[in-house]
Structures are given as C-alpha cells and as structure tokens.
Design a protein around this ligand. Structure first.
Ligand SMILES: Cc1cc2nc3c(=O)[nH]c(=O)nc-3n(C[C@H](O)[C@H](O)[C@H](O)COP(=O)(O)O)c2cc1C
Length: 320
C-alpha cells in the first residue's frame, strides 16, 4: 500500500510525484467577484508543501449567469490570469493542479443573483415551480463545460475534474430520483446519461490528448426515492470512460436529503463511514478498476480508512 502511495504515477501525460490527492473542497477563499485570492493561493501552497501530489481545486463555475458570487469561476477569459497565478504557485512547489468544473443547479441559490438551473420542473412551493432547463440551455451548458476546460488548459492546470455528483446539474440529469423529464434527456438510463456524457465529450474535445479527465461521482443516491443505484453508477462510469474520463473520484451524499452528511461530513460521523459499507467499497473499487489499470490512486482521506494506527503515525508527515 505505502510503496504505491509514495511512488510516482503517470496518468496520460500528467506525472504525479506520489498518489496523495487533495480532494476538491470549497474554501470560501475566492473573492466576492469569484477571482483567485492570495489566501486561496497560500492555502494550496501549504497543501503541496505538506506532501500532496495533486491538488484538486474546488468547485469552479463554468456558466456566468448561474455562477454564485464568492465561489471560483472560470466562465469568462477574465478569470484565467488569477487561476494561472494559482497553478504557477502550485507548480513552483513541485505539485500538480486540477480544477473541478461545476454547474451547481440548486446549490447556487445561496447567491440570490445566480440563475438556478434544474434538470426538470421542480415545485418549491404551491405557488412556485422552477422550470426544468430547455434543450437550448442544455446545449449552452454543455458548450460552457467545453469552453471552461479550454480555459483551464490556458490557466496551466494539469487535469480537470468533471463534477457529476452531489445533486449538481450533471448528476441531477443522471439521477432518476431528480430527473423527471419526458424528452430524450429523461426517463431511461440512456436518456438520463445523455447530458453528462455530452459534457464529458465537450471537455475532452477542448483539452490536449495527454491531459487527464477526472470525474467526481456518487457511488449511489442516499435517501432518494428512485435515485441512482450502485449498478447504474457503474454502468455510467463505463460509458464515461469511453467518453474520455480517466480517473474516478468516488464520493457520496447529496444536498437534497439527509445524505448531505456524507458529502460534507460533520465531526460526529464515524471515521470510515463509507468503507464500512462493503458493497459501496466494492462498487467504487470495481468501477475504478474497469477504467484504470492502476488502482493505486487513493485520496488522503480514503487512506486513513485502510491503515492501522501505527501506520497512521507515518502519515503525520502530512501536516498541512
Ligand atoms: C468544507 C467542505 C467543502 C467541500 N467542497 C467540495 C467541493 O468543492 N467539491 C467536491 O466535490 N466536494 C467537496 N466537499 C466534499 C469533500 O471533497 C469530501 O468528499 C468530503 O469531505 C468527504 O471526504 P472523505 O470521503 O474523503 O471522507 C467538501 C467538503 C467539505 C467538508
């Protein structure tokens, strides 16, 4: 385990010094106008100095009208220089940088100026229903994922991560518990997969061949009637692999139910809460195996779940 963990790995053209990966975490360090700040740069530099081989930079909006203020954005060229200063700082310390490409669906409602986009009509009160996005908007957002990926390349990122989890827009389309459309983007599994797969294709078409694409995906939908099963998620991961995804970043939880605790775990959630579920673990590892030849990539938190206390003390070198 540790031989793999601390040895380099190459994924397409990206070479990591080790397999310790900082998962995306919203820091609220982006300025109100969604630009990179010195505080965000310092935070990432500290993680690289602490030993991370790859930092995945937090949720970053791809579409201007639905971009919440206070969260990073890459929806316009104007954001490129700030993001480039972040990747330059990470590279200067010997790390690699990935960017999480995001359309937040309902979650952008934290900023009342941001347009809320949902997969299908969503009643929020007896008087009000948020309309599902039109086909034209589907094409627009797909295009925005592609353009954002192209900007990420210009900003110096070594890889990008497609956010297809946590009830954000691509995951909302994929999940039968959320997507109640009756057109070719809803209903059957194939139809629900259409939009997220189109986004992956758009991303792949706008980045160099040797740049890896990661995908954040929930292993299944917690507490959701009609939500995604592990089997459906594995099937989708195979399709995503064909569309251009190289690495799975398996997560869990959603913002529409008590499953939120698995997405942003409070301190009283037991350690290894995911790994105690044998079928979840098998699904995650099984899906990764199908996509990647090397299952040695484990993010820092996942590692904690596998190791003994004595081994854990070896991890203290990762102080940041
Ligand atoms: C404050 C906070 C912000 C987070 N922001 C993001 C994010 O931007 N993107 C994302 O995919 N996950 C985000 N997460 C989820 C984490 O990446 C991670 O999956 C979660 O903390 C569970 O970690 P574990 O499964 O490794 O225990 C966030 C979690 C926390 C606690």
């Amino acid at each position: 385990m540790f031989e793999k963990l601390f040895s380099p790995i190459k994924i397409r053209g990206m070479e990591l010094k080790n397999r310790v990966i900082l998962p995306a975490m919203g820091t609220k360090f982006a300025g109100k106008a969604s630009y990179v700040t010195p505080q965000l740069v310092n935070y990432h530099v500290a993680r690289v100095r602490g030993g991370c081989g790859l930092n995945i930079v937090e949720v970053c909006s791809v579409h201007s009208p639905s971009a919440p203020r206070g969260f990073l954005s890459i929806s316009e060229d104007a954001y490129i220089p700030g993001l480039k200063s972040l990747t330059d700082a990470i590279h200067a310390e010997g790390g690699k940088a990935g960017l999480q490409l995001w359309q937040g669906s309902l979650a952008v409602g934290m900023d009342q100026t941001a347009q809320i986009l949902v997969a299908s009509d969503m009643p929020v009160s007896p008087q009000m229903t948020i309309p599902g996005i039109t086909k034209q908007q589907i094409i627009e957002i797909t295009d925005c994922f592609g353009r954002a990926a192209a900007r990420a390349v210009k900003a110096g990122f070594d890889c990008v991560e497609f956010h297809c989890a946590h009830n954000y827009l691509p995951h909302s389309f994929l999940s039968g518990g959320i997507n109640h459309r009756t057109d070719e983007y809803g209903g059957s599994f194939e139809n629900r997969a259409r939009f997220p797969l189109a986004c992956i294709c758009a991303i792949r078409a706008n980045i160099p061949e040797d740049m890896p694409v990661l995908m954040r995906i929930d292993a299944h939908d917690d507490y959701f009637e009609g939500g995604l099963t592990i089997e459906e998620v594995i099937d989708f991961c195979k399709l995503a692999g064909e569309a251009g995804v190289d690495v799975l970043d398996i997560s869990r939880g959603n913002i529409l139910s008590a499953g939120l605790k698995y997405e942003v775990p409070p301190v009283d959630i037991p350690r290894a809460f995911n790994m105690s579920q044998e079928e979840y673990r098998k699904a995650a590892v099984g899906a990764v195996k199908k996509l990647s030849q090397d299952v040695g990539i484990l993010k820092r938190c996942a590692i904690r779940r596998f190791i003994t206390p004595r081994q854990r003390s070896a991890m203290k070198m990762f102080r940041n």
